[in-house]
Design a protein around this ligand. Sequence first.
Ligand code: IPM
Ligand code: MG
Length: 353
Amino acid sequence: MNYTIAVIPGDGIGPDIIDETVKVLDAVGSACGHRFTYEQLLAGGAAIDKVGTPLPEKTLEVCRNSDSVLLGSVGGPAWDHLGGAMRPEAALLGLRSGLGLYANLRPAVLYPQLSGACPLKQTKVEGGLDIMVVRELTGGIYFGKRGRTGEKAFDTMEYSVDEVQRIALTAFDIAMKRSRRVVSVDKANILETSRLWRETVKEVSKGYPEVELSHMYVDNAAMQLIWNPKQFDVIVTSNMFGDILSDEASMITGSIGMLPSASLRKDKFGMYEPIHGSAPDIAGTDRANPIAAVLSAAMMLRYSFSLSREADIIENAVSKVLDGPWRTADIMSEGMTLVGTRKMGELISQHIS
Ligand code: IPM
Ligand code: MG
């Protein structure tokens, strides 16, 4: 089959890791008889520099007409002085809402080969960790009205029943394919949006009698993730709580450089990106870990193209490389061999057959 992929390398280490990811995709394509066609697009700081706006209309247009989107990372100190709508991050929000990608899946998996990189006591993560954070991505405080008058500023958070229903359905559907446990995270002791969230999630859960649902306040969830991370399987939560908790969940797996994400809507279309940022300090120096981006491409094959065998091939290749001594700087430990971005990409490609 032929698939067209809109590729947005973005800023900082984005281009470094996307180059390697495209090589890995091509390796899978030639091993399994698929053709991936890429169209490179501008967004973020790179777009601000070239065309004066973070999200050119052409980028959105080409994304809409592609089978999926692969994104590196956006942002960096070079654009920090710019105001809200002109910042590189505005491109990310524009892509998410413009493409209707309301469901953000962020799997946090601790590879046994990297268990030493987990900052928690080994007893807390014995037997591994496998958490799926399901983050609502196109609503809440990220997209509410905001402004400033004189000495005051405000941001607003709104959620509708529809918005909560559809993300809850995503979480329950995923839970049915996993261990059938969902923890819904909110702040229902304070926020009205959270009370609506909790009621709606409870309603949706009636359609899933086999799934065990529990509710947790976000402050407690942040604590429980450190105290007893193994209690979690699927976590469903709002946009900002999901942003925060997914960074926390990623760190207990050892490195944020390992974790992929998928942003989806109801049809199979999606945007795939590592959850890490643009790390401008190491951009272009061949030091970034390409694994999060490579695993994002595996998610693309699984969720957008229904190529689960091909996705497995990528994930197994990553695991096989980690069985060996090769490590990028972020996951380096004593006795291992330090490799750069390109070498890591090459090793993963070589393990694909
Ligand atoms: C993420 C990032 C973004 C977010 C930023 C870069 C706008 O932190 O994808 O988690 O807050 O959603
Ligand atoms: Mg974040």
